[in-house]
Design a protein around this ligand. Structure first.
Ligand code: KIV
Length: 264
């Protein structure tokens, strides 16, 4: 049985931590599902870790639909959340509802996530009224990279912290099912988590959150460009893969592969 939004809220009430990871394709979605992670985020981070772009802005709705469809088809028990990419919800309420609808109808997503607080409240309300569960995203919102001027800690100064806390309550009031808190001080995340009935999912927001999310390629050591302070590398797959490919190259060049065992 798939993990649902009801299970998400039940976990918060029972004080059980929620697990979420990104995945974008068959091999990794299969592994994340098999490992028993509650939710997969088909994040717009795919723009960076799959497409090799500098930031998350270029990925399109069509590309998000393509990847979400694969992840939904691949998994059996995890809830699949699709990120709404940059400019798929900013322009109008109608566009936001239509595009969230495409992620559900065409790709099979079980919920959508979108960045921002009060500035996109109307869009979020519209999507929820169309019966699509929404996960909010506050703090460091990578789609605002051009305004923020870099991937920096948010909510450090009191006015910023106040705004994030208010936004969290506003998101809860319009009916989001959870809120991702990215790169904010742990104490602020604790305050927000305690003030909400819905779960918080932290990334660089400390251990007080109700759950955690990481970009899978960071956790596995597959993204070489930079490693933020909050990422724990549980593996170094990049090195293992490089070693395997170099060994293959060497064996082919030396005539050692294919050998008798791998021939007919
Ligand atoms: O796109 C993504 O992977 C995300 C996570 C960093 C939360 O939004």
């Amino acid at each position: 049985m798939r993990f649902t939004v009801t299970d998400l809220l039940a976990k918060k009430r029972q004080g059980i931590k929620i697990t979420m990871l990104t995945a974008y394709d068959y091999p990794f979605a299969h592994l994340v599902d098999e490992a028993g992670i509650d939710m997969i985020l088909v994040g717009d981070s795919l723009s960076m870790v799959i497409q090799g772009n500098e930031n998350t802005l270029p990925v399109t709705l069509e590309e998000m639909i393509y990847h979400t469809k694969i992840v939904v088809k691949t998994t059996k028990r995890t809830m699949v959340v699709a990120d709404m990419p940059f400019m798929s919800y900013q322009v109008s309420i109608e566009e936001a509802i239509r595009n969230a609808g495409r992620l559900v109808k065409e790709a099979g997503a079980h919920a959508v996530k979108l960045e921002g607080g009060r500035e996109f409240l109307k869009q979020i309300k519209g999507i929820i009224e169309a019966e699509i569960p929404v996960i909010g995203h506050l703090g460091l919102t990578p789609q605002a990279i051009l305004r923020m001027g870099g991937y920096k800690l948010q909510g450090k100064i009191p006015e910023q912290a106040k705004r994030i806390k208010e936004d969290a309550l506003m998101l809860q009031d319009v009916g989001v099912v959870a809120i991702v808190l990215e790169v904010i001080p742990s104490d602020l995340a604790k305050e927000i988590t305690e003030s909400l009935e819905i779960p918080t999912i932290g990334i660089g927001a400390g251990f007080h959150c109700d759950g955690q999310v990481l970009v899978l390629h960071d956790l596995l050591g597959l993204f070489e460009r930079f490693t933020p302070k909050f990422v724990k590398k549980y593996a170094n797959l990049r090195e293992d893969i490089l070693k395997a490919i170099r060994q293959y190259k060497e064996e082919v060049e030396k005539g050692e592969f294919p050998d008798i065992e791998h021939s007919f």
